[in-house]
Design a protein. Structure first.
Length: 629
């Protein structure tokens, strides 16, 4: 165990003074930005022990669920407003549509509503974060003069097929279909660097990207060792028993016997673990191998989520086996913040500086003061925690909906002819005052799991190059289970280098789950632990873990880490235990009950799809908006 000094813990570079001195003086940090003095006022003067360092730029005050956001939500959960409100300020506003939630569902709902009404009606988006986007936000660093953007959460995309509904959306938002990525510097030997943060996780894309695997004694190796691209030689060098190797290879190439509705229903009736081990007869080591991936994307371990849920995310044996070639998955620089920024530029052109082009929107700075200007058809009010939404009278006959929200330490009241609840179900069941009994009962069956996305800004990645591994995975103890760097997407002034001796971002995506517990308990246990861990404790763990993995390859935490940003998402995943998707005992699934909405309130949030994704969130927002026309 290295000392704090040896791992660089306590170095000021990850603290607020890194923001207040070095970065604001860097010209590259102010591309298309407001003046430095204005930039200072837009960013936090201090950060608490929970939130930690937030980077620079538009999202510096909104890295994941910050302490302010968590505290406000917990006050609501704990019934702080059940007795009503005092000292309420009536805004005097009545909107045609109020949308609760400024994530991709909410922005999609606003876009759909504005387009269908020709912008002739008034729409207000209320969001509790410091900036729009929900989990589709980004982190930004400047390291040695190099601007770096990384995802906070929602990630991965694919250009739409010509003529598809998404194709029209992309045209409206002026999103391109072709993209340029930075090639590896020609002065160094070739290395296959991924373009997203998921390709390496289960090894499926190993024939197109290079992946390093770390094994220690607990994971079967006689001594700590790195292996590279273990699937390319059919696990010949991996420290698994011959029987486990045979099962892993069979599992990786297995496809479901059919795709009928009856078969999909059967997958929804069993856990992924039981399907692999009891139905197909694979050894438990197969389940254990894929457990971290399922835990991240499905929100709980394979013994708690349905085989159908794992089918939704493309897991082997329940999905069509993927080949060794084909298009690699891709991500935008900041993940799916690109969708959010393009929506906002479409809805409120002045809100993001620069041209309405991909390059302009990526590099343009957000003008927060333009989001909520009186008189414009669509307004976005950030930092507004919605406390109560209910019809003004009986839902069947009411002509308007009353909305109470808190902002800046005060409670406000406004009105809407229609409301779209694009906020998560864990909030909706506390906020909607006249929620019907069957919908409340349906929400009570929903279980959510947290996720943690960590972006570590590096001054160089020479240690990964020495390992031949821009993507890495490890087994046994440690922080998370995988991490990687990406080939940067190029857009106008944004053109980070791709050379081992130049800065980059190493991204950790990790689910937090508790095998052996029911689905709902896993989320509660993991969320409690994540929320109780300080930024400092996480920073120390990350530095120690990276030192353990990479020190022999030349990594020095004191020298090589330029900044660490935590993005904590308390309800990142909708956990789908058996029966979640199709229902049980002949009863309709809870999602179908909820998405019907009631009265003048429509409900559309990403978890109603089961697996949460950008495309699902956009579709739910569109559906809810159409129900509000």
């Amino acid at each position: 165990m290295k000392s704090d000094d040896e791992i660089g813990f306590g170095a000021p570079i990850t603290r607020k003074d890194f923001l207040n001195t070095t970065l604001l003086g860097a010209g590259v940090a102010l591309i298309s930005a407001v003046a430095p003095a204005d930039a200072r006022t837009a960013l936090p003067a201090d950060k608490d022990d929970f939130t930690g360092y937030g980077g620079v730029g538009d999202y510096a005050a909104s890295n994941g669920n910050t302490k302010a956001v968590v505290d406000a939500a917990h006050r609501l959960r704990d019934g702080a407003y059940k007795k009503g409100f005092t000292n309420v300020t009536d805004t005097g506003e009545t909107f045609d549509l109020v949308i609760v939630g400024g994530g991709l569902s909410g922005l999609s709902a606003a876009y759909t509503y504005v387009k269908s009404t020709g912008g002739a009606k008034r729409c207000l988006i209320l969001d509790n974060h410091a900036i729009f986007g929900g989990e589709a936000k980004e982190n930004e660093f400047v390291v040695n003069g190099v601007r770096l953007i990384a995802p906070q959460g929602s990630n991965q995309f694919g250009p739409p097929a010509a003529g598809s509904p998404s194709d029209a959306l992309w045209s409206d938002l002026r999103m391109p279909r072709e993209f340029r990525y930075q090639p590896l510097d020609p002065s160094v030997d070739p290395l296959r660097v991924p373009m997203d943060n998921y390709a390496h996780m289960d090894g499926v894309n190993e024939f197109q990207v290079d992946i390093g695997y770390f094994f220690d004694r607990k994971s079967g190796a006689t001594r700590p060792t790195w292996l590279r691209n273990i699937w390319q030689n059919d696990l010949a060098d991996a420290p698994f028993t011959p029987e486990v190797k045979a099962d892993l290879l069979k599992w990786r190439s297995a496809s479901p016997p059919q795709r009928s509705e009856a078969f999909l229903r059967s997958l929804d009736a069993v856990t992924y673990k039981d399907y692999l081990e009891k139905t197909l007869g694979f050894r438990p080591e197969v389940t254990k191998y894929i457990e971290p991936v399922v835990g991240l994307i499905n929100g709980a371990s394979p013994d708690a989520v349905s085989a159908f849920a794992s089918q939704q995310i493309g897991m082997p044996a329940v999905s069509r086996a993927r080949g060794r070639t084909g298009a690699l998955p891709r991500s935008f620089p900041g993940g799916n913040s690109t969708y959010a920024r393009h929506y906002v530029k479409y809805l409120i052109p002045d809100a993001i500086a620069g041209d309405a082009t991909f390059e302009g929107i990526l590099n343009g700075r957000t003008n927060l003061s333009a989001l909520d200007r009186a008189g414009q058809p669509t307004r976005i009010r950030t930092g507004a925690m919605v406390l109560r939404v209910e019809h003004d009278g009986h839902a069947a006959s009411a002509e308007r909906v009353v909305i109470h929200y808190a902002a800046g330490g005060r409670v406000y009241r406004t009105y809407a002819r229609r409301v779209v609840m694009a906020s998560g179900g864990w909030i909706n069941k506390h906020v909607i005052g006249d929620l019907p009994t069957d919908m409340r009962a349906a929400y009570d069956t929903f279980a959510y799991a947290p996720a943690l996305v960590v972006n570590v800004a590096l001054t160089n990645w020479r240690f990964l190059y020495k390992l031949g591994a821009p993507s890495v995975r490890w087994f046994g103890d440690g922080f998370g289970f995988s991490a990687n760097i990406r080939r940067p997407m190029l857009a106008g002034e944004y053109h980070p280098p791709l050379h081992p001796d130049q800065p980059t971002v190493l991204t950790f995506y990790m689910g937090l789950y508790a095998p052996g517990h029911p689905a709902a308990e896993q989320g509660i246990l993991s969320r409690t632990k994540m929320l109780a861990t300080s930024y400092a404790d996480y920073e120390r763990t990350i530095r120690q873990h990276m030192t353990r993995l990479f020190a022999d390859a030349g990594f020095d935490a004191r020298r090589d880490i330029a900044g660490i940003i935590l993005n904590r998402w308390g309800h990142a995943r909708m956990v789908q235990p058996p029966g979640w998707y199709y229902g049980t005992a002949g009863k309709p699934p809870a999602r179908e009950i909820i998405q019907k909405g009631f009265g003048r309130i429509a409900i559309g949030h990403s978890e109603l799809n089961g697996h949460q994704s950008a495309t699902g969130a956009i579709a739910q927002g569109e559906r809810a908006a159409r129900a509000s026309e």
